[in-house]
Design a protein around this ligand. Structure first.
Ligand SMILES: *Cc1c(COP(=O)(O)O)cnc(C)c1O
Length: 355
């Protein structure tokens, strides 16, 4: 730390992204990316837009916003496009939370929530998941604080129902409830349809997982017009051109690829269920995933050992050292071929451990 670093950030512990190794070609199942490249139409759109990079992007991302709104069944004024949904979340923390408006979230969830709270000097409290790692919506009723819940949750993969979210919304009318739907396309119940009914609901979604654009950085916030206007105030006070030209073009054209999208999602779900079955046959405990990953623990090998042994064999999964989840690994669902390699290597490791 330099002597110039602001004291207000002295205690900040930044978010640690999953490994993006450059040393070897791994079967990469550690950061919940899509295993499928974007379709050709997206590559073409990006190329065309590349020829206009001397010009600033549209600060309103008007075409993309309109298309996104159409796909979601909402009004363009109810959508804000952002540089990844991480930016939407940060804008929401900045806009709706402060010393007098703390935020609560599950103790085991997306690691960025506590980072955004600390970054912005926002008091926060975590609410423990149940022993089975589920979110109990009753823990969030009348909490007198803003709420952020990943639904489905990460890294557990478990989801709560739309009607449970509604109970949280109804019981906290004076607070904003943020529902992070990064994984919703893989089996969760979206709350987007509730934005007209609840003025305190903000939903975030991303193009990073189900739409194969993690490297483009594109996400969005969806809520009533007034919430979106507040987020725009933050956006225009930090970075009006938050979505670059090539990303906006990629986002627009990927939203036109309905069939491609449905095939990708269906394939991931199929691969998830077959991998889950196989892992259970191998003695793993596997949570009921509504996402593009599995959260699983072996009865024969620790989470850390499995992670390390898989890495040594060219397969990357994610291991978290938190006390309650250190026995588990999080496995992103890839292609059928990738899952086969993962399973073969896992079996190999289990056999060795038996001795
Ligand atoms: C991946 C992820 C995000 C954000 O991803 P972006 O790439 O910034 O859109 C947000 N929340 C959760 C729970 C995630 O797993």
């Amino acid at each position: 730390m330099s002597k110039f670093f602001s004291a207000k950030y002295a205690k900040l512990v930044p978010y640690v992204p999953g490994e993006q190794p450059k040393d070897a070609q791994y079967v990469k199942l550690n950061t919940n990316e899509s295993p499928f490249s974007p379709p050709n139409s997206v590559l073409e759109a990006v190329k065309t837009e590349g020829g206009r990079l001397q010009l600033y992007s549209d600060p309103e991302s008007a075409l993309l916003t309109q298309k996104t709104a159409e796909v979601l069944g909402v009004q363009p004024s109810q959508v804000l496009m952002t540089n990844g949904s991480d930016e939407a979340l940060n804008f929401a923390f900045m806009a709706f939370c402060d010393e007098n408006h703390p935020i609560v979230f599950p103790d085991i969830s997306y690691g960025f929530y506590s980072v955004f709270a600390k970054l912005n000097g926002i008091p926060y409290k975590t609410i423990p998941l149940k022993d089975d790692f589920s979110v109990d919506y009753r823990d969030y009723l009348g909490v007198k604080a803003n709420v952020v819940i990943a639904n489905p949750n990460a890294p557990t993969g478990l989801a709560i129902s739309r009607s449970e979210v509604e109970e949280i919304l109804k019981s906290n009318p004076e607070n904003v409830v943020i529902i992070d739907e990064a994984y919703v396309d893989f089996g969760g119940e979206s709350c987007v349809a509730l934005i007209d009914k609840y003025e305190n609901l903000l939903v975030t979604q991303t193009f990073s997982k189900s739409r194969s654009l993690a490297g483009a950085r594109l996400g969005m916030a969806i809520g009533n017009e007034k919430l979106i206007a507040d987020l725009n105030t933050i956006k225009y006070s930090t970075n009006p051109y938050n979505v670059n030209r090539m990303t906006a073009a990629a986002g627009f054209s990927v939203l036109c690829e309905t069939e491609w999208f449905e095939t990708c999602v269906r394939t991931i779900k199929e691969n998830r269920e077959s991998t889950k079955t196989r892992l259970q046959e191998l003695g793993f405990t596997v949570l009921d995933s509504k996402t593009n990953f599995l959260f699983a623990k072996s009865d024969k090998v620790s989470g850390e050992t499995l992670y390390k042994e898989l890495k040594a064999r060219g397969v990357l999964v994610r291991h978290f050292s938190g006390e309650r989840i250190k026995d588990y690994v999080r496995i992103t669902i890839g292609t059928a071929e990738q899952m086969q390699i993962f399973l073969t290597k896992t079996e190999e490791i289990l056999k060795e451990k038996k001795v």
